[in-house]
Design a protein around this ligand. Structure first.
Ligand code: HEM
Length: 333
């Protein structure tokens, strides 16, 4: 058997399915999510928090309007199972106490999602959110088919992207950094939801620690390892203890990765990694196109950007895109 080429790293498939830190680390490496102290994505999320917090209540309202728009998702708030298609005796209402309670948790969840991701607890919580939607880790089980979770995450990403890009005062470079960082954490959350639905890796199920799921079921909403991590501002802003790496003792209890590297080594290798396409845009014409992306409105111009709404401005009707007149003028033209 040939040895691995110099720049190729080994990834152990079993570990991807049995160790949360290893899985998260693989995803972070692939997505080039920089997780170390002062790393771009972590800084972007922490710095962007104050802007995102302002739009979270609006996004939560939009998500629940969406979920209550179709019977198949609205039912889940009565049946707790999207596979059951019988209608409830009474449909939940957006103003009802149950949805108000759920909205509060989604607000807290989105605040957590946009907070410091450098502790393993952060990814454990995202994993727990995935787990709780497949009938596990809850005294009163809940099952939501993956299609609704993926769609919901896509909708949240779209709304956040639009809101951040439309922000009137943020510098373009900061907008880019926040949108990129949020996109990466949302895609890792997507994996941590999808993995509970997929049959890939089920041959490793015997290694799944059932007691941990039971322990999680015993924990109240918003708790990880006995710590309250939601709805508490101080815990979101707490010290940077454990910051250097997202890879710490998790389900597998390992402090090295499947590649046998320490978190420090991982961080160093992330720091030297470069986009394979960087440096390819060198012709004057290409540089001109790139410069156009640094456009920003002159402060004297009274440019009032539209309030971020997240409401789609384009619609496809009979295969044609309509409502283009709803779009603002293209600043790059
Ligand atoms: C982006 C996708 C979603 C996210 C991030 C999400 C997040 C959450 C969170 C954070 C909680 C509980 C908080 C906790 O225990 O810490 C929760 C509970 C719940 N979710 Fe989701 N959710 C998503 C999609 C959905 C969808 C699509 C439905 C229904 C169609 C749904 C139905 C519920 C219900 C009914 C509960 C209550 C569970 C209980 O009372 O034990 N969720 N969700």
């Amino acid at each position: 058997m040939a040895a691995l080429p110099k720049n190729m790293e080994h990834v152990d498939r079993r570990e991807l399915y049995t160790s949360l830190p290893v899985r998260v680390q693989y995803l972070q490496q692939f997505l080039e999510f920089s997780a170390g102290v002062d790393a771009d994505d972590v800084v972007a999320l922490i710095d962007g928090q104050k802007y995102i917090k302002q739009i979270i209540p609006a996004i939560v309202n939009m998500v629940y309007k969406k979920l209550l728009m179709h019977d198949i998702t609205a039912r889940v708030f009565s049946t707790r199972d999207s596979r059951r298609e019988e209608d409830p005796d009474e449909w939940v209402k957006e103003e009802g106490s149950q949805i108000r309670h759920r909205k509060m948790f989604l607000r807290w969840y989105l605040t957590k999602l946009n907070s410091d991701p450098s502790k393993m607890e952060y990814w454990q919580y995202l994993d727990k959110v995935g787990l709780m939607h497949v009938g596990k880790g809850r005294k009163n089980p809940l099952h939501v088919d993956y299609i609704f979770l993926g769609a919901c995450l896509g909708y949240i990403q779209d709304a956040m992207t639009e809101a951040i890009l439309s922000h009137p005062r943020l510098e373009l470079l900061q907008k880019i950094a926040i949108v990129k960082a949020i996109g990466k954490v949302i895609w890792i959350q997507n994996d941590l939801m999808a993995k509970w639905h997929l049959i890939d890796g089920q041959e490793f199920d015997d290694e799944f620690v059932e007691e941990e799921v039971q322990a999680e079921a015993a924990e109240p909403e918003g708790y990880i390892n006995g710590h309250r991590i939601l709805g508490n501002q101080r815990s979101d802003d707490s010290s940077s203890e454990g910051r250097p790496s997202s890879v710490s003792s998790g389900r597998s209890g390992k402090s090295t990765t499947s590649l046998g590297r320490t978190p420090e080594q991982v961080r160093q290798s992330n720091e030297v990694s470069r986009c394979p396409f960087s440096g390819m845009t060198h012709t004057p014409k290409q540089m001109e196109t790139q410069r156009a992306t640094t456009w920003r409105p002159c402060r004297e111009e009274a440019v009032v950007p539209p309030v971020p709404s997240g409401i789609p401005k384009l619609h496809l009707i009979d295969g044609r895109t309509v409502c283009k007149e709803n779009l603002g003028p293209n600043p790059f033209e």
